[in-house]
Design a protein around this ligand. Structure first.
Ligand code: PLP
Length: 425
């Protein structure tokens, strides 16, 4: 199936007489005829549902659709993008371990990795995503277990050279984990470029209508954990908390995802509600259509902004001459996303005036939604960072993150034009 078809058809195939639309299994538990059968489920010896914290048919169908869109072997849903990012690392790192991460990432992920995970004894080194392979390799240590980056960084819009990152990771015997939230599998499938694990905040374009916070993890099935068994004993040696199961032996290509479900979801419990997964699935059905419109509109808005004498700079990889235009041509040939960042002349003060003068575009702590929205990261999402950290994350104090929706592009441009005129008064 091609990608537009997968958006509609993947994940759920009803049998004779069953509901055409994916049902919402709004049930915590599932009934069995015998204690013995239930026991086999608990031992992971048989497939089946018994408690929604571990697995739920609605959640599983949507996870399978996302895995199929990304070209992975299996996926799991989480309650948020944050928990997807956390699980993706914590599934293979424990106290005393280390991982390497691009500096250009979402502010929430930056806090999670640099502050909260440090408290768990898991250390991170940040690297400039534009650095050479040799410079990135220099951050690796004997206890490094993963490399992490974002396809299109939120909000800096840095396009990741996925092949470069994959090569450095694989040269060091560790997986590359890519957060593909902004590109979505419609515009980029990181696994095709060498990523081993893909994570998402489904809250953004996948849901698309700002109804449900959620996340997803997709396993490519490609990483050979057994070849680096000394680094990943959690996957390749017996798990005492599951009667000595060895995930790579029992589950092969799905070892990573099975361990994440069987241990992290069991113990930490960041499951999405089945109702939220149902809404996410509706969003996924129109993802391909919406991404095309987001990209068309954003291209028009970016070109308008570039031509305005009230705007000091515009960052959008679809623009000729943009720093990431060439990388975008390679990794995002059909368009990147609907998010543009730019600076209003007059710095922070005029940026705030501009934002407050918009009528159609709404100030919300959200992005990648059908509705046009706008945010000032230095005073919102990234306010925990000092100026130096902001700079390293590619966020200047005047940066406005403008998320172009799927309204008529001319209405969006008129709104911007009016607000720019007011802010320049
Ligand atoms: C929003 C976002 C997250 C966090 O996701 P939530 O669903 O808000 O928890 C992670 N990564 C990226 C790139 C994001 O944009």
């Amino acid at each position: 199936m091609r990608i537009d078809t997968k958006c509609i058809q993947s994940g759920y195939t009803p049998k004779n007489g069953e509901a055409r639309i994916l049902p919402i299994y709004q049930s915590t538990t599932f009934k069995y005829e015998s204690t013995e059968q239930m026991g086999r489920l608990f031992d992971l010896e048989e497939d089946g549902y018994f408690y929604t914290r571990l697995a739920n048919p609605t959640n599983d169908a949507v996870a399978a659709k996302i895995a199929d869109l990304e070209g992975g072997v299996a996926g799991m849903l989480t309650a948020s993008g944050q928990s997807a990012c956390f699980y993706s690392i914590f599934n293979i790192c424990e106290a005393g371990d280390h991982f390497v991460c691009s500096t250009s990432i979402y502010g929430g992920t930056y806090n999670l990795f640099s502050v909260t995970m440090k408290k768990l004894g898991i250390d991170v080194t940040f690297v400039d995503p534009d650095a050479s392979a040799e410079e990135i390799a220099a951050a690796f240590k004997p206890n490094t277990k993963a490399l992490f980056g974002e396809t299109i960084a939120n909000p800096a819009l840095v396009v990741l050279d996925i092949e470069k990152f994959a090569k450095v990771a694989h040269d060091h015997g560790v997986p590359l984990i890519v957060d593909n939230t902004f590109a979505t599998p419609i515009n980029c499938r990181p696994i095709e470029w060498g990523a081993d694990i893909v994570v998402h905040s489904t809250t953004k374009y996948m849901d698309g209508h700002a109804t449900s916070v959620g996340g997803a993890i997709v396993d490519s099935g490609n990483f050979d954990w057994e070849a680096h068994s000394d680094k990943f004993p959690g996957l390749t040696t017996p798990d005492e908390s599951y009667h000595g199961v060895v995930y790579t032996e029992r589950f092969g290509k799905a070892a990573y995802i099975t361990k994440a479900t069987a241990t992290l979801m069991r113990d930490l419990g960041s499951i999405p509600s089945p109702h939220n997964s149902f809404l996410l699935n509706l969003g996924l059905e129109t993802l391909a259509l919406r991404m095309r419109k987001h990209c068309d509109n954003a291209q028009k808005v970016a070109e308008y902004l570039k031509s305005s004498d009230k705007v000091s700079w515009v960052s959008y990889s679809g623009l000729e001459g943009d720093k990431y235009h060439d990388l975008a041509k390679k990794y995002l040939p059909n368009g990147s996303c609907g998010v543009i960042s730019f600076g209003v002349k007059g710095g922070r003060e005029n940026a705030v005036k501009f934002m407050d003068s918009l009528k159609l575009a709404a100030i919300v702590t959200h992005v990648a939604d059908a509705r046009t929205s706008v945010l000032h990261p230095a005073s919102h999402t990234h306010r925990q960072m000092n100026d130096e950290e902001l700079k390293a994350a590619g966020v200047t104090p005047d940066l406005i993150r403008f998320s172009v929706g799927i309204e008529d592009a001319d209405d969006i441009i008129e709104d911007i034009e009016n607000a720019l005129n007011v802010s320049a008064e």
